[in-house]
Design a protein around this ligand. Structure first.
Ligand SMILES: Nc1nc2c(c(=O)[nH]1)N[C@H]1C(S)=C(S)[C@@H](COP(=O)(O)O)O[C@H]1N2
Ligand SMILES: [Mo]
Length: 526
């Protein structure tokens, strides 16, 4: 039998790797978890908008090129934000492990790495336009806690065992316990932060249950003939829960309506300020308006139609008296997003409103509670500012909305388009009579005709549902009588009220909205 000194067990062979890499990496990870957890807890209590993970995410959203953003949205759709958050956390943990290894071999470089990462978080927290000094606290807490924990753990790394040592030494067990406690504190703090944030959310939900005042100007009843009786067709009015959501806000702004104020500033004779109670006391108007995103590709679903309750923006502008030369209203959200809207679109008599209600409810938090803009005929990025707090009268040659310097057009009128909703792309339908149906829109102009083409056959007129107004989409349906077995392509094309025919030329969503015809493939079974 060999003497114990020469025995080489797997544990012994791996010991140097464990000692040199895994334990320092574990120290780094535990320090990062502690820092992150304490930061999230502080953020939940002190500065709800300043969670380091979310502010770093917002910074990334602000600086990545539009092409990358489009790619990510294309790959992950509305899960894009979760993907971003998970990526940030994974990268952070990886860097933390590296910081541990670095600190164990070349102190204080591990700590310096922690300070660098903390510095990025600090910069992200303070570069938000709505940042206050309090917003620095979570990042500073994260940096301090992680640096202290890392130093503490790395000075307690077990020293190399004596050659004859068989069982784990006491310093190895002690290191394990300290690392566990450090990570445990982080996990508990993280859980506490989440609970506290959930409580805030619940409170906000309760507050959102206030009753809306009745409309002074009710919209004419929606004609019964505006909804076609086709199974599977998109509902004429999009329920709030199904309404698409697009914004740059990683955490939804929570505004106490008692503290909400709108200021009208810039090139005006009178600066105007109005609070929520004053807004609700004005004669509110009801209007159904379709809202579309410039990122909606042909056939896409970044479009919805709702009945809004709000006050005409032109009335408030009339109080402020814009001075001559002003041609843009730069609206600002509480979270810093801005949109540049031509004054013309806000004053030409269309239903451009400061909305407080959406389909009979107060605005949902994620759709702009307590107040947002809705402007018929313009894409959301140049008009539909949610959580709006300021309207600044200015000029297009002086200011730009959020998306303009990021590769999107300064003006964003919604383009004429149409979509096939029934049957669904790639489905199989029985031969014979097949109903094809969908929606078409040309906002603030109106739709006069929709035609359908099967394969390379002639364009045939679809039946149009009654219009609510020129500002909403219109349902259409076409009965394909002699659908024969096999694979077919179905195309749709709309014509607007001034005779413009929807172009078949395809354009990408950037810089000012997609064009082209929506077409689907269907199989007809024999
Ligand atoms: N505060 C804020 N408002 C915003 C945005 C935003 O990022 N932040 N995005 C705009 C864009 S691009 C669109 S398409 C609409 C979408 O409104 P919805 O989320 O209610 O559908 O909101 C607009 N208003
Ligand atoms: Mo959008």
């Amino acid at each position: 039998m060999a003497s114990p000194i020469t025995v080489s067990t797997p544990t012994r062979r791996h010991a140097p790797v464990v000692r040199r890499f895994w334990r320092p990496a574990a120290a780094g990870l535990a320090a990062a978890i502690a820092g992150l957890g304490l930061a999230e807890l502080t953020a939940a209590w002190l500065a709800p908008g300043a969670s380091p993970v979310l502010t770093v995410g917002a910074l990334i959203i602000d600086i990545v090129p539009p092409a990358v953003k489009e790619l990510v949205i294309g790959l992950f759709g509305t899960a894009d934000k979760i993907v971003l958050i998970v990526t940030i956390v994974l990268v952070l943990l990886l860097v933390a492990a590296l910081a541990g290894i670095l600190e164990s071999r070349r102190p204080p470089f591990g700590r310096l790495l922690v300070v660098l990462i903390g510095g990025i978080a600090l910069f992200a927290a303070l570069s938000r336009s709505s940042a206050s000094t309090l917003d620095a606290v979570p990042a500073v807490v994260a940096m301090g806690a992680a640096a202290i924990a890392l130093t503490f753990l790395c000075t307690r790394l077990p020293s190399p065992p004596a050659p004859a040592e068989a069982a784990p030494g006491p310093d190895r067990r002690r290191f394990l316990v300290y690392t566990g406690i450090t990570a445990g504190i982080g996990v508990l703090a993280l859980a506490g932060g989440q609970l506290s944030a959930a409580a805030t959310r619940a409170a906000d939900a309760a507050r959102a249950l206030f009753t809306l005042p009745a409309a002074s100007v009710r919209q004419a009843a929606i004609p019964a003939g505006a909804s076609l009786d086709v199974p599977g067709i998109t509902p004429l009015i999009t329920p709030n829960a199904d309404f698409y959501r697009i914004d740059t806000a990683l955490s939804v702004p929570r505004i106490d309506p008692r503290e909400w104020r709108l200021r009208i500033t810039g090139m005006v004779e009178n600066e105007v300020e109005i609070d929520f109670a004053e807004l609700l006391a004005l004669p509110l108007e009801e209007s159904t308006t379709t809202l579309a995103c410039v990122s909606n590709y042909v056939g896409g679903d970044l479009i919805g139609n709702a009945t809004w309750l709000g006050y005409p923006i032109r009335e408030l502008l009339a109080r402020a008296k814009p001075t001559s030369g002003a041609d843009m209203v730069l609206s600002t959200s509480q979270d810093g997003f801005t949109a540049g809207t031509p004054i013309e679109a806000l004053t030409d008599g269309r239903n451009a409103i400061l909305a407080v209600g959406m389909n009979g409810e107060p605005l949902p938090l994620e759709h702009g509670y307590p107040v947002r803009m809705v402007v018929p005929g313009l894409y959301g990025y140049v008009s539909a500012t949610k959580w709006v707090v300021e309207l600044k009268l200015t000029r297009f040659d002086q200011e730009q909305g959020y998306w303009t310097p990021r590769g999107w057009s300064e003006l964003g009128p919604v383009k004429l388009s149409s979509r096939i909703d029934v049957p669904r792309e790639g489905t199989t339908v029985p031969a014979g009579s097949v109903v094809i149906a969908g929606v078409a829109w040309s906002q603030h102009v109106g739709i006069s005709a929709v035609a359908v083409q099967i394969d390379d056959g002639p364009w045939r007129d679809a039946t149009l549902a009654d219009a609510i107004s020129v500002d909403t989409w219109r349902q259409w349906a076409y009965t394909w009588d002699d659908a024969s077995a096999g694979d077919h392509t179905v195309r749709v094309r709309a014509t607007d009220a001034v005779g413009l025919v929807q172009t078949s030329a395809t354009a990408d969503v950037a810089p000012d909205g997609a064009t082209g015809l929506h077409e689907i493939s269907v199989s007809v079974s024999g």
